[in-house]
Design a protein around this ligand. Structure first.
Ligand code: TYD
Ligand code: MG
Length: 454
């Protein structure tokens, strides 16, 4: 019998080391190397080429078929995947424990099964009774979903191969799967990779779409199966925090669609509700009369989204001023503060600064600069901003303002929600409406806020 070999595999990036080390050489993570046993390959070196056949090489031009789509029936999920699931494609849905991944997928399974696509839901985390209870709560008990509680890949694949292949198979979660072919503990990178590989191979050969659930670690990586991200066709993150009802589904990789779309859901007592008009939701509890709040007209993919930016600037009581940011980049905040100090004469050095994006949303667009600056200045000067104005625009280090893309869509959304005025940089594509006030430099905006009544 071939001797087995011990090796140490980084659970974060999957790189292999012959010795144990405290820190992974490849990704720099600490304490991630775990001992795993491998069966050596039967022969050394690359396998000999035997029994291969000549494959046909073709040119780039030629007939292509648009990938057919299976709609799940959850509009927001279909939007994020780029118009529904693609047969034979594999999808990873990541997110913190308890955020609602199992809920989302059970709802999708129910909706799809009702539309007539056979769906198999395999849970390695919950017992059948638990899933049935959840199905009752979500009112999908009547949907013809085939359920199993199983963690062994060979059992799952044998079961799936026994009947006609379903349209969709859901595996909740990839971390619980294990294969008898591999001698590592369940949940290790080697196991997760082997299990995912087996499922993906099966998906490609049968045309079934497979959705994996993956847990995310505290620092925002899909635990262990980082390696799975490279193997699947699309990766979606389900985010939000426990204190808010809103959940955002975001595509971070998609071989069949855009990656900048988001889907917005609200967690209710009866499962996830789709939110068709997120702006209304994010502005829902707005109190415009206080200084320090500005409405940002943002874009998430093809969809405009209005959110409230809240700032609190207060004299510091400690030696060093605090800067606390929720929902935005702290480096970007430091930059906006520096520009306000250097070019606009707004003193911030002796103040604590707190910045929050309302509703638990996370904004990545540089277009939010102007709204952040407006909120900061409004709080610093104690002057409430006009309630009917939205802000967007990028700030450069010189203190000048740069126009951002898709301003027409942003303005349309603002008007729709009753914001009649906008403060923006002067743009090229200007169909500048009468109610749009343009600024070339940040100082001009600061001066305008300074002229407002307190
Ligand atoms: P779950 O889907 O189990 O999370 P995950 O699979 O990502 O770990 O969701 C669990 C949370 O969602 C739980 O705290 C309860 C809440 N929830 C509701 O608020 N309403 C519902 O209808 C359901 C099914 C769950
Ligand atoms: Mg779950």
């Amino acid at each position: 019998m071939a001797r087995t070999k011990q090796q140490f595999v980084c659970q974060s990036c999957g790189s292999v080391s012959p010795r144990w080390q405290g820190r992974c050489d490849s990704c720099g993570a600490w304490n991630t190397l775990i001992e795993e046993t491998v069966r050596p390959a039967k022969t050394g070196g690359p396998p000999p080429v035997r029994g291969g056949r000549v494959i046909e090489l073709v040119g780039l031009a030629g007939a292509t078929d648009e990938a057919p789509r299976m709609l799940t029936g959850l509009g927001e999920l279909d939007r994020v995947t780029g118009g529904g699931l693609v047969p034979a494609a594999t999808l990873l849905v990541g997110g913190d424990p308890g955020i609602g991944k199992s809920t989302l997928l059970l709802q999708a399974a129910g909706a799809m099964a009702r539309r007539g696509d056979p769906v198999v839901y395999v849970s390695g985390e919950e017992a059948i009774a638990q899933i049935r209870l959840r199905a009752q709560r979500l009112q999908v008990m009547d949907a013809p979903v085939q359920l199993a509680a199983e963690t062994n890949v060979e059992n799952i694949l044998t079961t799936l191969a026994a009947g006609p292949p379903p349209g969709l198979a859901i595996i909740d979660s990839i971390q619980t799967l294990w294969s008898g072919e591999v001698e590592s503990a369940p949940g290790t990178v080697t196991q997760v990779r082997a299990a995912a590989q087996a499922m993906i191979r099966w998906a490609k050969s049968t045309g079934t779409a497979v959705v994996f659930v993956g847990h995310v670690t505290k620092d925002g990586q899909i635990a262990g199966p980082r390696v799975v991200e490279h193997m699947v066709d699309a990766v979606l993150y389900f985010e939000g925090d426990g204190g808010h009802r809103f959940r955002i589904l975001r595509a971070v990789k998609n071989r069949f669609g855009p990656t900048d779309e988001i889907g917005v859901f609200e967690m209710t007592g009866a499962g996830l509700q789709e939110v068709a008009n997120p702006s209304e939701l994010f502005l829902g509890e707005r109190n415009a009369a206080t200084p320090g709040t500005a409405v940002f007209a943002g874009m998430e993919g093809s969809r405009p989204l209005l959110v409230e930016i809240q700032a609190l600037v207060a004299p510091t009581t400690l030696g060093t001023a605090r800067r606390t940011v929720v929902g935005w980049d702290s480096g970007r905040l430091a930059m906006v503060l520096a520009v306000l100090e250097a070019h606009c004469g707004v003193r911030m050095g002796d103040c604590d600064v707190y910045l929050n994006v309302a509703g638990g949303l996370r904004i990545v667009e540089p277009a939010a600069d102007l709204a952040v600056a407006a909120a900061l200045v409004s709080s610093r000067l104690g002057k409430p901003l006009p309630a009917d104005t939205v802000y967007f625009g990028e700030i450069s280090l010189s203190g000048s303002l740069r126009p951002v893309a898709q301003s027409a869509a942003r303005l349309r959304e603002a008007t729709k929600l009753g914001f009649d005025r906008a403060a923006t940089p002067a743009g090229r594509d200007d169909e500048a409406g009468a109610n749009r006030r343009t600024f070339d430099r940040l100082t001009d905006l600061v001066a305008a806020i300074g002229a407002l009544p307190a």
